[in-house]
Ligand binder design. Structure first.
Ligand SMILES: NC(=O)c1ccc[n+]([C@@H]2O[C@H](COP(=O)([O-])OP(=O)(O)OC[C@H]3O[C@@H](n4cnc5c(N)ncnc54)[C@H](O)[C@@H]3O)[C@@H](O)[C@H]2O)c1
Length: 257
C-alpha cells in the first residue's frame, strides 16, 4: 500500500453530508492508503448512505459524544473493524441557536453548556475513549475556527473554540508521555451544514473573499482536509499542541482602520 497514510487506521467523526470537512478527510485518507472507520451522530441512515460515496465504503459506528455509554463502548465497537487506531479525527461542533448570531449577552447557561460539551469537552472525551486502541506515534486532530479573536455572530461558539484550542494543548500535555500528538487545523469559512446554521455566516464569506491573501474557496474542503492528513501522518512526528491555519492567510493580517 502506498500514500501518505499507508497502512494507518483512522477513526473519523463528523460526517453528516458529503460537504462535511470530515468527508473530505475520509476520502483523501482512503486515497492515501488509510483504513477508515466513521462515526455518525443521530441520522445514522443518512451517514451510512454518505459513507457509501467514499472510494471504499466505510463502516459507521454510532457516537453521540454526550452519551457516556457510547463513549465507554467505543473502543470495543471500533475493534470489530480494526485492531487498533493510528489516528482520530474530531470534526464535531454544535451550539443551540441562542448561542449564535449576536445572542452572546442573552444565551442561557444551559445552552452554553451544550455548546461547550459538544464542541470542546468532547475533544477530550473522544481521545480518552479511543486511547485503549492507540499506541506511540498516534495522533488526534480537531477542527477550529480562529478563537484568538471575537467574531461577529460566532458568539459562544467562539468561546467553545477557544476552549477547544486550550483543550488540545492540555491533551498534548497529558498524552505526550504516551507518544500521542494532539493538533488542530484552523480552517477558514466553508459552506457545510454546521456553517449554514450560523445566522450571518455570509459576513465571514464576504470577509474572506475580500481579504484572504491567497484567495479562499468556500466550497473546497480539501485544503483543510489535506492539513488534517499531514498532521495525522508521520511527517509531523515532533509537533503537538499546534494549530495549523488553513485559511488562505487571513489570520496573518491586521485589521485596516
Ligand atoms: N464550516 C466551517 O466554516 C468551519 C470552519 C472552521 C472549523 N470548522 C469546524 O469543523 C468541524 C466540522 O464541521 P463542518 O463544518 O464539517 O460541519 P458538519 O455539519 O458537516 O459537521 C459537524 C458534525 O458534528 C456532528 N455532531 C454534532 N453534535 C454531535 C454529537 N453530540 N455527537 C457527535 N457528533 C455530533 C454532526 O453530526 C456533524 O457530522 C467543526 O468542529 C466545525 O466547528 C468548520
Amino acid at each position: 500500500m502506498s500514500g501518505l497514510l499507508a497502512g494507518k487506521r483512522l477513526l473519523v467523526t463528523g460526517v453528516i453530508t458529503d460537504q462535511s470537512i470530515a468527508f473530505s478527510v475520509a476520502r483523501l485518507a482512503q486515497e492515501n492508503g488509510a483504513t477508515v472507520v466513521l462515526t455518525g451522530f443521530g441520522r445514522m441512515s443518512l451517514v451510512e448512505r454518505i459513507a457509501k460515496r467514499l472510494p471504499q465504503p466505510a463502516p459507521v459506528i454510532e457516537l453521540d459524544v454526550t452519551d457516556p455509554a457510547h463513549l465507554t463502548s467505543l473502543a470495543d465497537r471500533v475493534r470489530e473493524h480494526v485492531d487498533g487506531l493510528d489516528g482520530v479525527v474530531h470534526s464535531i461542533a454544535f451550539a443551540p441557536q441562542s448561542c449564535l448570531g449576536g445572542g452572546f449577552l442573552d444565551a442561557p447557561w444551559e445552552d452554553v453548556a451544550t455548546a461547550v460539551q459538544v464542541s470542546t469537552y468532547s475533544y477530550k472525551s473522544l481521545a480518552v475513549a479511543a486511547l485503549p486502541l492507540m499506541s506511540p506515534g498516534g495522533a488526534v486532530v480537531g477542527l477550529t475556527f480562529d478563537a484568538t479573536k471575537a467574531w461577529p455572530v460566532y458568539d459562544w461558539m467562539g468561546v467553545a473554540k477557544a476552549g477547544l484550542e486550550s483543550a488540545s494543548r492540555y491533551l498534548a500535555l497529558h498524552l505526550g508521555p504516551k507518544g500521542i500528538r494532539s493538533n488542530l487545523v484552523s480552517a477558514g469559512p466553508l459552506r457545510t451544514m454546521a456553517a449554514k446554521s450560523i445566522p450571518g455566516f455570509q459576513q465571514f464569506e464576504d470577509a474572506w473573499a475580500e481579504r484572504a491573501p491567497l484567495g479562499w474557496a468556500l466550497t473546497d474542503q480539501e485544503p483543510a482536509a489535506r492539513a488534517c492528513l499531514a498532521l495525522l501522518s508521520d511527517w509531523f512526528p515532533a509537533t503537538t499542541g499546534e494549530i495549523v491555519h488553513v485559511d488562505g492567510g487571513y489570520h496573518a493580517l491586521g485589521a485596516a482602520m
